[in-house]
Write a protein that binds this ligand. Structure first.
Ligand code: UDP
Ligand code: MG
Length: 324
């Protein structure tokens, strides 16, 4: 009764790319000769995306639409899709065809032959991405690894295939604002990687402005690493050593009668110490904020509608992990 494969696709204002996506994805999935469902997670789109989705559903039984009540963001939309997915295997991909759907067949065979739970799609060729995107991506992956996320596969985005066991494990996590590309490797399940060429966005504009990219980076860092908190300790230690040095210097100056005209050094020290303290407070604030939002248990998304049940689903929110 449950399909073999679920394809989860988050979409936010993707009316321009949707026809292209359907015409490329559908033949690929039909060529697999297994049962499947496609879950289009409409992340509160304000354009014609929901209308188009309903139209495609008329002659595509396998297409299922989960509409979120408001824009919840890429990661939350994928989480909503994972919660709704019924397949024994679940693949997540972007709507804009940057992740070529043809790779799904290969992912399935890699997973079955290698007997692994996760197959990461790894971008071997990012030439289609802008210089800025590639630079920030490199910073993200090396930064995260330096901060302790050791098992993070390089250049693995959100194009991946997961077994039912993996999806259940992710759904059971209580964590808020989780970054799936870090959470899934951290489970440590048997995995494999599959290289693919990242294509250019087929139509429409990117829905990832710098503010969202920064948010993702801060969520990644504070969700996975305590290293930034320890920065305060290192700054403190450095400050202490500098203070000891200064004390010795002051004593020597006093004894030799060389009194210092100390305005500049005083101002510099005060400013530097103040800046470091503010930085450390800000870092602590990020973690405290994370604890705070997790304790509030406020949902990260609200499901407005699921075409599988047909009715409104007010009880289905991001707060109550677990399959229904
Ligand atoms: N997306 C979403 N909600 C958002 C922003 C993006 O569901 O708030 C979807 C978007 O429709 C696309 C995927 O997430 O399917 C990746 O977004 P995009 O291609 O704009 O990001 P980029 O590739 O530029 O990083
Ligand atoms: Mg994209």
């Amino acid at each position: 009764m449950h399909p073999e494969l679920t394809v989860v696709i988050p979409m936010y204002d993707e009316e321009q790319v949707l026809p292209l996506l359907v015409s490329r994805l559908r033949p690929v999935l039909e060529g697999l000769h297994t049962s499947y469902e496609v879950i289009a997670v409409d992340d509160g789109s304000r354009d014609q995306t929901p209308v188009l989705l309903q139209r495609y559903r008329r002659d595509w039984d396998e297409l299922r639409v989960v509409r979120l009540r408001a824009n919840a963001g890429h990661q939350a939309a994928i989480s909503a899709g994972l919660m709704a997915a019924r397949g024994s295997w679940v693949v997540t991909l972007d709507a804009d065809l940057q992740d070529p759907p043809e790779v799904i067949a290969e992912m399935m065979s890699v997973a079955r032959e290698g007997d692994v739970d996760v197959v990461y799609g790894v971008r071997t060729d990012r030439r289609s991405d802008s210089v800025f995107k590639r630079l920030t991506a490199r910073l993200f992956y090396s930064g995260m690894r330096a901060a302790g996320a050791k098992d993070l596969p390089d250049n693995a985005g959100d194009y991946r295939l997961m077994s039912r066991a993996t999806v259940d494990a992710v759904n059971a996590l209580p964590e808020h604002h989780r970054v799936l590309r870090l959470v899934i490797p951290s489970l440590g399940f048997p995995s494999a990687s599959l290289g693919y060429t990242r294509e250019v966005r087929a139509a429409g504009r990117s829905k990832y402005p710098i503010a969202k990219m920064l948010r993702l980076s801060v969520d990644s860092l504070t969700g996975f690493s305590l290293t930034p908190l320890r920065l305060a300790t290192w700054f403190g230690l450095g400050g202490f050593l500098a203070a000891v040095g200064l004390l010795l210097y002051a004593l020597v100056a006093k004894i030799t009668g060389l009194t210092v005209a100390g305005w500049t050094s005083t101002v510099v020290i005060v400013a530097a110490v103040g800046a470091v303290q503010l930085l450390c407070l800000g870092i602590m604030g990020e973690y405290v904020g994370r604890i705070y939002t997790t304790l509030q248990r406020r949902p990260t998304y609200y499901v407005a509608y699921d075409s599988l049940t047909g009715a409104d689903a007010p009880s289905r929110t991001g707060t109550h992990p677990g399959r229904d």
